[in-house]
Design a binder for this molecule. Sequence first.
Ligand SMILES: [Fe+2]
Length: 208
Amino acid sequence: MALYELPKLPYAYDGLEPFIDAQTVEIHYTKHHKTYLNNLLATLEGYEKLAKGKSIEMLLSDLKQIPDAIREKLIKFGGGYANHNMYWFILSPNGGGEPSGKLLKSINDKFGNFTNFRTELGKAAKSVFGSGYGFLVLDNANKELEVMTTKNQDTPYSFNKTPLIIIDVWEHAYYLGYQNRRADYVDQFFNILNWDEIEHRYDEAMNK
Ligand SMILES: [Fe+2]
C-alpha cells in the first residue's frame, strides 16, 4: 500500500454545478490533485521511514524535521496534496447557507456578523497575487479564528494553524467556468460550502 492515497471524490464530477462545472472538477481532481500525490510519493522515495504512520498534515506541521534535501519538494507537493484533500470535502452539492452553533458564535464574535466574515474571506481570496489560497483557519495557540492567504501550495499547518475553509484560487480551479473572473468564482464558492464538515473540523481543532 502506498504511503498516501487519493481520497475518493465525495460526489460526482457534476455535483458542484452550476457553481463549478464538471470538466473543471474532473481535471482538477484526476490531473492536478493526482499529480501532486504522485510527485509527493516520488519525493518520499527513500524517506519512507520519515512518513510512516504520519499524516501529510503532521509532516507539514513540523518542517524542521524534514531533511533539507526534500523540504522544498515536500512543501510544494505535500502541500498540494493536503490542500486538495481538504478542498473537495469542505464543498458539497447540498452546501451553502450559514453555519450554526459554536462556529457561528465564534464567527460573529470575531468578524461582527456572518456577512462581514464572508466579505473578509472573499476579499482575501480575491486579492492573492498569482496562485494560492484563501483560508479560514483556527490558530492552534490562541484558538482564535483568522482569515489568511498562502502562496503557491503553502499550508496553514506550517504556521501552527488549522484550516477550516480553503478557497483554491489557482486558475485551474475556475478558469474553464469563469475565465479571468476570479471574483465571481469566489463569490459563488459560498453556495457550495459544506458547513457540517467545516463545523466538524472546527470542533476537532478546538479540542486538540
Ligand atoms: Fe487546485
